[in-house]
Write a protein that binds this ligand. Structure first.
Ligand SMILES: [Zn+2]
Length: 349
């Protein structure tokens, strides 16, 4: 009888399309390249971006989307860290894009929303991981103010890892210096880690000179600078047996740019709202189209940004948070939206 049941079970197995889980990684680095347009990764420029090319050996799409209602910096980064859209019932509701007011003057995500906004830092830190934010813009202080000891939520599952959800905050306007600091932190890691790294150089070049992909333009040079920063991280990972094979990277962007010229404020323009979403699982992973393995996601036409409350969402930068936690083998963020009902399938089923 047992054999019969076993045969029956085996014969049913191929009919059940269970997602194939990715073995948990010990280290995940979420990188946001501010103002990165995906078309620079599609054209001949890629030949001079070896580290971006290496990232593209993993599952990815160059047809991801920003928030449906905002193509500016801080609201989109808060979506990346919280898994929430900006507005709506699941929204984090932070629309400011300048240095936040002090916490005492209302400068936390929770005061602004009127409820605690849990982040990927909360989930990882409460699970005992070491967490970090490395950024090139001072407005990111909103994260420190929202997840410091005074503002972070108590850790209610023993052991108590404390209210401060971000262990290390690093700021530098220099891409190279910031990448070096992140690489040093990874080399020294004695526990599992989750890092959120923000590299602003392409945005700075775009605002200063335009988002032109012409060879030799400041924008192209700035993406080259980011490529070298990625190389610094890869060097640290490649050289360390505790990192190599145990580290995953998610790279996305807060917006593209170029419409109107020197900015990215036109919400209707694909140059502004189309962004990359790249997952690197090590060099052995297949270079998969994320939409091809995610039938629960809407592969939109190039001129569509997608509606905020649509049942079938495109892959958005707001997927970064729960995708990072998935790679670490951790649960999704309480109150979040992206990747909850339709978790991002990262490897082919
Ligand atoms: Zn930006």
């Amino acid at each position: 009888m047992l054999a019969v049941l076993l045969v029956a079970a085996l014969s049913l197995a191929p009919l059940v399309a269970e997602p194939r889980a990715v073995a948990p990684f010990d280290h995940v680095v979420v990188i946001s390249v501010d103002g990165l347009r995906p078309d620079i990764l599609e054209g001949p420029s890629l030949a001079s971006l070896p580290n971006f090319a290496r990232l593209l050996r993993g599952p990815h799409t160059l047809n991801a989307r920003t928030d449906s209602q905002h193509t500016n910096t801080l609201p989109n980064h808060i979506s990346m860290a919280t898994g929430r859209p900006v507005h709506g019932p699941y929204g984090h509701c932070w629309t400011g894009n300048t240095d936040p007011p002090s916490a005492a003057a209302g400068g936390t995500l929770h005061i602004n929303k009127g409820a605690y906004i849990t982040s990927m830092f909360d989930v990882a830190h409460d699970a005992g991981l070491s967490t970090a934010l490395a950024t090139t813009k001072t407005k990111f202080w909103i994260f420190e103010q929202s997840y410091c000891w005074a503002a972070g939520a108590p850790d209610t599952t023993p052991p108590d890892n404390g209210n401060a959800k971000i262990d290390f905050v690093t700021f530098s306007e220099q891409t190279r210096e910031l990448a070096g600091a992140v690489a040093d932190r990874l080399r020294r890691a004695s526990t599992r880690t989750l890092d959120f790294v923000h590299l602003a150089a392409p945005d700075v070049a775009g605002h200063g000179y335009d988002w032109t992909l012409a060879p030799g333009s400041p924008y192209v040079a700035s993406v080259g600078e980011v490529d070298r920063a990625l190389g610094t991280l890869f060097q640290a990972i490649d050289a360390d047996a505790e990192l190599r094979g145990h580290t995953a990277i998610i790279l996305t962007s807060d917006h593209g740019g170029g419409v109107p010229r020197k900015t990215h404020t036109d919400i209707t323009c694909p140059l502004n709202f189309r962004i990359p979403f790249i997952v690197w699982l090590g060099d052995q992973a297949a270079s998969t189209d994320l939409y091809a393995i995610n039938p629960t996601r809407a592969r939109l036409e190039s001129e569509q940004i997608g509606e905020r409350d649509a049942e079938f969402q495109p892959i958005r930068n707001g997927d970064a948070a729960n995708a990072a936690l998935q790679l670490l083998g951790l649960p999704t963020i309480a109150g979040s939206f992206y990747g909850v009902k339709a978790p991002l399938q990262i490897v082919a089923p």
